[in-house]
Ligand binder design. Structure first.
Ligand SMILES: O=C(CO)[C@@H](O)[C@H](O)COP(=O)(O)O
Ligand SMILES: [Co+2]
Length: 220
């Protein structure tokens, strides 16, 4: 499973995405936040940008869809070049079908949970997914304060995954920095999204390594 760091390009310069992807060459993934101004009150980018970035970036793309109607749009992100596609369970009408379509097209499928959405109602469909993304801020914006009330949900999700003997990654997204990453790793997260902490650092690649070391040591 392993510790993985996924810088969010939401905190990058959208006019220099290829250069800002290269600035985090040590990262395992590039996290791409797709927002539609309906599911969340913000608008970012869509399929054409993902298609171009997938060609320009060395890292695989981890697309986080914060959009209405992911049933319709999610499979298209695999065709555009994403290696992992995450949709919000709160917005999805047919999560099993959508996850199967993502996987059938060759990408990893993930469900995302907003801070107030519990994992327990989805226990029976966990096996349809490769990853659960637990939001540790309300989705919509970078640079928000980490919500520590979400940490027990990381632990409960890790316990459910173990109970069913599944090989499912747990990703954490929102307010992750050198100050907050260790408690998430201790609770069982293994994929860490960080936007402002990485791109506001003097040396983004060095921050990726700092986060990796802290999470690796805390998860032992
Ligand atoms: O999905 C989101 C926000 O909705 C995130 O991926 C943010 O982009 C993370 O930014 P930081 O909280 O790390 O600054
Ligand atoms: Co995100």
């Amino acid at each position: 499973m392993g510790i993985q760091i996924a810088p969010s390009i939401l905190s990058a310069d959208f006019a220099r995405l290829a250069e800002d992807a290269a600035a985090v060459s040590n990262a395992d993934w590039l996290h791409v936040d797709v927002m539609d101004n309906h599911f969340v009150p913000n608008l970012t980018l869509g399929l054409p940008v993902v298609e171009s970035l997938a060609k320009a970036a060395a890292q695989p793309l981890d697309c986080h869809l914060m959009i209405e109607d992911p049933d319709r749009w999610a499979p298209g992100y695999v065709e555009a070049g994403a290696s992992s596609v995450t949709f919000h369970i709160e917005a999805c009408r047919a999560p099993i079908r959508t996850a199967r379509e993502i996987r059938a097209k060759g990408a990893r499928a993930a469900m995302a949970l907003k801070p107030a959405t519990p994992i327990e109602p989805y226990e029976d469909i966990l096996s349809e997914f490769d990853m659960v993304l637990i939001m540790t801020v309300e989705p919509g914006f970078g640079g928000q304060k980490f919500l520590d009330v979400c940490v027990p949900k990381i632990r409960r999700t890790r316990d459910l995954v173990a109970k069913h003997g599944l090989d499912i990654w747990i990703e954490i997204d929102g307010g992750i920095s050198a100050d907050t990453i260790e408690q998430c790793a201790e609770a069982g997260a293994n994929v860490f999204v960080a936007g402002s902490a990485v791109y506001n650092a003097d040396d983004p690649n060095k921050m990726v390594e700092t986060l990796r070391t802290l999470a690796t040591n805390a998860s032992k």
